[in-house]
Design a protein around this ligand. Structure first.
Ligand code: AHG
Ligand code: MN
Ligand code: MN
Length: 336
């Protein structure tokens, strides 16, 4: 049902009937994300310029307060989803608590909740390196027309209806899945439209890239240390290449196209890992599996973990199926 170079708008309409519960609501939701992505993209692209224009104080040339990009992105995504009255609740990495949207109104029949990491890779913002946005969509578990509660957000990743990311890179792309494969759309900035450029994306089964912050090596669990040594060993197609951007979205995107593994293990500094299960690991795991990849916490499938809190962190191993499988074997061996 997909043609290369069709616009995201056309793709959404043509594929609407392939969603399990089709009412047009999910299509409208993806459309809102597409709009917010364009707005944030515009701001990300001029980040350096805003710095120059705003150098005399805390206001930009229009006299508006300058905002950090992650705060800006957070506001734009929340505003877009709220204004269009499409979802009943939002949870964001940037907010302490989840947000209830008119869901106490019995006329509100919106059934979806959204979780977002509005700006991923924030340490790369001011140095002109790719950053991203990650989103995840679930159907609420509590009745329509009642206020959403924590339980609506603490669902296992395997309950996701849709997930995706936007990468603000050399070009801007929106990559997403609704559970029937993964498609990537590239923004043509001159026209302001996303075009299907990467239909049916798949991780190569194997790869030769490993992405991990090796600066933390001494704090890694033994299994990860052993796996890294294995990656560096001269044998077969090894040593692998080491590539680490420091934005999950960018590292994941490259590894999905070229074949590789991304690891953020638990360390002595972050005993349960650093990445957030609900805003980062679950959506990326859903996309990975839809693209023939694999995602685990070193022992368990990410999508089967029962979340217990909103901002929960977990170790994350994600990428080409065989590579993640091997890393898991090293984790397992190290516990014996
Ligand atoms: P965020 O910017 O949303 O806080 O996420 C940053 C995450 C992830 O994107 C990245 O891979 C990782 O943190 C980098 O962490 P280190 O700097 O510790 O390597
Ligand atoms: Mn992040
Ligand atoms: Mn973030």
């Amino acid at each position: 049902m997909s043609r290369k170079n069709q616009t995201l708008g056309e793709f959404i309409i043509e594929n609407q009937t392939s969603f399990k519960y089709t009412s047009g609501e999910l299509s409208r939701l993806i459309n809102s994300i597409r709009l917010a992505a364009k707005v944030v993209n515009h701001e990300v692209n001029k980040a350096g310029l805003v710095d120059i224009l705003g150098a005399f104080g805390d206001t930009n040339i229009q006299g508006e307060d300058q905002q950090k990009l992650d705060v800006y992105a957070n506001e734009k995504f929340i505003q877009t989803l709220t204004n269009r009255n499409i979802v009943c609740g939002i949870a964001s990495e940037e907010e302490d608590h989840f947000i209830t949207i008119n869901s106490q109104d019995e006329n509100n029949q919106n059934k979806y909740i959204v979780l977002i990491d509005p700006l991923d890779g924030s340490s790369n913002i001011d140095v002109n390196v790719s950053v991203g946005t990650i989103f995840s969509v679930y159907r609420r578990v509590t009745p329509l027309g009642t206020p959403v509660i924590l339980e609506d957000f603490l669902q296992k990743g395997n309950q996701q209806v849709a997930a995706g990311y936007i990468i603000y890179g050399t070009s801007t792309m929106l990559v997403y899945t609704t559970g029937v494969g993964v498609n990537g759309f590239t923004l043509n900035p001159a026209i302001g439209a996303f075009y299907l450029s990467h239909p049916n994306m798949k991780f190569p089964e194997d790869g030769n890239i490993y992405s991990v912050n090796e600066g933390n090596y001494v704090h890694f669990p033994q299994g990860v240390k052993d796996y890294i040594k294995y990656c560096q060993m001269e044998e077969g197609n090894r040593p692998y290449t080491s590539r680490y951007i420091g934005s999950l979205v960018s590292d994941f995107h490259r590894n999905m196209i070229k074949g590789g593994i991304y690891i953020y293990p638990n360390t002595s500094k972050n005993p349960t890992g650093k990445l957030r299960l609900l805003y980062e690991c679950n959506p990326m795991a859903f996309i990975a599996e839809q693209a023939n990849g694999k995602a685990s916490d070193g022992f368990t499938r990410i999508l089967d973990i029962q979340p217990t809190e909103l901002h929960q962190r977990v170790p994350f191993f994600c990428g080409s199926e065989n590579m993640v499988g091997e890393a898991e074997e090293f984790m397992q061996k190290a516990t014996i």
